[in-house]
Design a binder for this molecule. Structure first.
Ligand SMILES: [Zn+2]
Length: 310
């Protein structure tokens, strides 16, 4: 029996050694897969030099319609942790996770435990809306745009890193504590700056600022629905133009990863100007090269909101 045990142990060690051939395992770092940019940024901040984080959606690409390729699935098979937003943002996630044979993968749905906003899309009345699409939009997935929601997402990620790598628990806890303070400061600055402004209504491209608006008493009028893939029809364009004129809205916000043509058309018809309000669904190559991150882009968003709502 003892012989058998040691034989099995030797076999297990040999297997472990075999798995250790991969570069990341040799460095002793966790491999973390993140479903798109904010998840990547939060995991990077908490994981520091003890993790290798892979952002599954390349810079400059919009994540709503993105789907994993074979290489991404292979990556997940070899990853230690997978972090995703949840609440319908990653429509591919259940299907892909069901195919994985990676039994040790720690999976984090960062929307768990959060109070979700219901998804109200302008497409709700569309007769052609397919069932899968409707299911995706039962909730507003854009949690990360509320700084305190984002902080809670980061806390979920921290817990997952601790679960996957308990030896480094104190390190992850310390990184999280530093980040949590930065998120609290961001929240306080949003609260102070936006609370003092006379105007509260923002006109935005797609309906992504629900959590931000709920936190700071703003109201969003979105040209498109919960995803940026729906071109507004002429009737919707006319409605928005009337809305902008009636309210004296000065700024039509657009997104850095989406063509600004529609925002420019509405601005042209109303005398408003256009400006970027980032839904942080990804960084552009320029933002990434300049060392931008969640906090820096949110501070640019705050400056843009203050300018527009004065
Ligand atoms: Zn979105």
């Amino acid at each position: 029996m003892k012989r058998m045990m040691s034989f099995l142990l030797a076999g297990a060690l040999a297997l472990t050694g075999f798995a250790g051939v991969s570069a990341t395992a040799q460095e002793g770092k966790l491999t973390v897969y993140a479903s798109f940019y904010p998840m990547y940024d939060f995991a990077t901040k908490v994981g520091g030099d003890r993790v290798t984080v892979v952002n599954m959606v390349p810079a400059g690409m919009e994540p709503h319609d993105w789907e994993p390729e074979a290489k991404d699935v292979i990556g997940l098979e070899n990853a230690d942790v997978f972090v995703y937003n949840g609440a319908g943002m990653e429509h591919w996630v259940d299907k892909v996770l069901a195919t994985l044979s990676n039994q040790d993968l720690v999976v984090v749905d960062t929307s768990q435990g959060q109070t979700l906003l219901e998804g109200h899309s302008h497409d709700d009345d569309a007769q052609v809306a397919d069932a899968a699409h409707e299911e995706d939009e039962a909730y507003d997935p854009h949690l990360w745009l509320g700084p305190l929601n984002a902080k809670a997402q980061m806390a979920s990620i921290k817990q997952a890193l601790v679960a996957a790598d308990p030896e480094n628990a104190a390190y992850y806890e310390a990184n999280y504590a530093a980040q949590a303070a930065a998120f609290d400061a961001l929240d306080a600055d949003f609260r102070a700056a936006l609370g003092a402004l006379p105007n509260k209504t923002i006109v935005v491209s797609h309906q992504s600022f629900g959590y931000l608006c709920a936190a700071y008493g703003l109201v969003q009028e979105s040209i498109e629905g919960l995803t940026p893939d729906s071109e507004p029809d002429p009737a919707r364009m006319a409605e928005v133009i009337d809305f902008v004129k009636a309210r004296g809205i000065t700024t039509i916000f657009f997104e850095e990863l989406v063509n600004p043509k529609i925002a420019e058309t509405i601005a042209g018809a109303t005398g408003a100007q256009t400006a970027v309000l980032s839904p942080l669904e990804g960084l552009t190559d320029v933002q990434a090269a300049a060392g931008g991150d969640y906090i820096s882009v949110m501070r640019e968003n705050l400056a843009a909101l203050v300018k527009a709502l004065q």
